[in-house]
Design a binder for this molecule. Structure first.
Ligand code: MG
Length: 382
């Protein structure tokens, strides 16, 4: 029995039946679409479970109340899925891309990525979106018939948000659109913006909770201030975390509604009728209106200057730099420090001259907690 779950999708949605397929041929599942299967494989992956102990902005052990990569990922998937339903595009593909979008993140968030990229400067560099791809294509190791998760082309392609031409050439057909100047699916475009909606807003909430930023400062950010005026009009006595929560809810609502309305307008206005039209369109179709885009940029600038560059967050960055740099040099100087099982599994790669990449993959896969434990263990014993 083949059930068609995608009858209600719009003509411009990417249906499972239009997928370019998987790298290794597989029988199709009768009761699930191909993209549902992808989503489920991602949830069952090791890299997905590790997101629980990886930094979003605040290091995992700083407090149980803050977002981690895992809760961030779930929030992205939730927002993106709701918007996908409203736009009648493929919810399952949107959710699969959302759940996989941060799998390649190192411990300690962006700080970890930057320092690992520096360590890998002469060996091909490091970038978290490309690492997400490496994980789902090569590094997950659990199926009998193939390496990685063997996901559909569209799920894999959707993870690659940006890519320069030189890198795209090295990545092959998965990155062809950057060379051919074609667009990703609406589902991938949507996930990308919902990622931004999620992190901007939860960073406000977590930043205030951690007392790194304050409501008084945010009064200068129009998106925040307009929402606050609206909420206080309705609940004049509201304050503290409830006030912040209502403001954040209201901003997310405004952004998502604007995104849906403006994207629907773009679809109609540009006569987008099929997923090929999406691919061949000269720009992105999913996006905010001009005014909201501007307000959103102001919010991002505020968070950059006041939260991500906050001295306490920078302190964490410096610590992350030290830990990752040291771990990389410890393993590089003595490769036998890697766990035996991991070493044995990668021995051919190491012998073929890819020692640094093997080390990089190992460090990138670490959780914040494990990286710190490993660092203190090795720094004492060396
Ligand atoms: Mg993200």
């Amino acid at each position: 029995m083949q059930v068609d779950f995608e009858d209600n999708l719009a003509s411009y949605a990417l249906k499972s039946s239009n997928t370019l397929g998987r790298h290794y041929k597989e029988e199709s599942a009768q009761l699930r679409t191909e993209f549902q299967r992808d989503r489920e494989r991602i949830i069952h992956s090791t890299a997905f479970r590790r997101l629980e102990y990886k930094t979003q902005v605040f290091v995992n052990h700083e407090g149980d109340m803050y977002r981690t990569r895992l809760t961030h990922t779930i929030e992205v998937a939730q927002i993106a899925r709701a918007a996908a339903r409203a736009l009648k595009i493929n919810e399952d593909l949107t959710e699969a891309i959302s759940l996989a979008h941060d799998l390649g993140h190192t411990p300690f968030g962006h700080a970890g990525q930057d320092v690992l990229n520096k360590c890998m400067e002469d060996f091909g560099g490091f970038e978290h979106n490309i690492q997400s791809l490496r994980i789902i294509e090569k590094l997950e190791n659990k199926y009998a018939n193939f390496p990685g998760l063997n996901l559909c082309f569209e799920t894999r392609e959707g993870i690659l948000k940006k890519c320069g031409k030189t890198r795209a050439k090295k990545l092959g057909y998965i990155a062809n659109r950057f060379i051919e100047k074609k667009q990703s699916s609406l589902e991938a475009q949507l996930t990308n913006i919902c990622d931004e909606i999620a992190y901007n807003n939860h960073d406000i909430q977590d930043g205030i909770k951690a007392k790194k930023i304050f409501i008084e400062q945010l009064e200068n950010v129009p998106l925040f201030n307009d929402a606050m005026i609206k909420i206080l009009k309705k609940y004049p006595k509201l304050k503290g975390s409830k006030l912040v929560n209502e403001i954040v809810r209201s901003i997310i609502n405004l952004l998502v509604n604007n995104l849906i309305e403006n994207s629907s307008f773009n679809i109609k206005n540009n006569n987008i009728e099929s997923f090929e039209d999406v691919r061949n369109f000269s720009g992105l179709i999913i996006g905010f209106s001009k005014e909201i885009k501007k307000s959103n940029i102001e919010l991002k600038k505020f968070l950059y200057a006041n939260l991500y560059k906050h001295p306490d967050v920078e302190k964490m960055t410096n610590r992350a730099n030290l830990i990752i740099e040291k771990l990389f040099s410890y393993y590089n100087e003595d490769i036998s420090l890697l766990p035996k099982e991991y070493f044995d599994y990668n021995v051919n790669k190491i012998n073929a001259g890819f020692k640094e990449r093997v080390i990089c993959d190992y460090i990138a896969g670490m959780t914040d907690r494990f990286a710190q434990q490993e660092y203190s263990k090795l720094s004492k014993s060396i």
